[in-house]
Design a protein around this ligand. Sequence first.
Ligand code: MG
Ligand code: MG
Length: 256
Amino acid sequence: MIVRKNMAELEKMRAAGLLVWKILENLKRMVAEGVSTYDLEVTAEKMMQDAGARPAFKGYKSPAAETKFPFVLCTSVNDEIVHGMPSHKRILKPGDIVSIDTGVQLSGYYGDSAVTVGIGEISPEAQRLMDVTRESLEMAIEKARAGNRLFDICGTVERHVTANGFSIVREFVGHGIGTQMHEEPQIPNYVDRRGENPRLKEGMVLAIEPMVNAGKPGARVKPDKWTAVTEDGRYSAHFEHTVAITANGPWVLTRP
Ligand code: MG
Ligand code: MG
């Protein structure tokens, strides 16, 4: 069942969303040569504490993993797709791209967003990969309207990505969000005909998150049971926003 939210609930989700936005804005400014992904983690955790928010990822146990995720951020560098772990050993260097994904729970409601940022001069292909991934998210957000169907979102991402010669990661998907970080529906970044295609309605809140590989779509999970990497070792990008469907169209809760 897809849980729909009333305006009072959306306002709470808005507060969570804006905190996530503020954290990511801060981290984007911090990202530079010589900064470690753990430096980003420390800053993000402090900001959550100061805001009285609970980190959504730290302590999270996925069905696949045997351990709880130990950090407030996922930092996924280069060939890492998602769920990379912050580390003081992972020092960012020119040419890297880092996806920063984070979520908080505030007053009972979740916000979830991700950005990918380049460090110094990056290759033209890496730049185009980030651009196309971000564009596919923006185009999908436009489809988050009452009366459309879920596949309108999925298909929009898929078409833009494949038309640009990149590939969609199939193992990980977006999701509904609210009092739980992961609610129904699942939102693949491609049209999955085996899945359901519900009509979108006012009050639904969706975390739309294209994960796009520069090369082949294949992904594998590293022995740490969390970090997903591309099978071919090429770069991957990830952008995400939490989006509410309202009478006035899509409301991106994770940016002003
Ligand atoms: Mg996320
Ligand atoms: Mg998410």
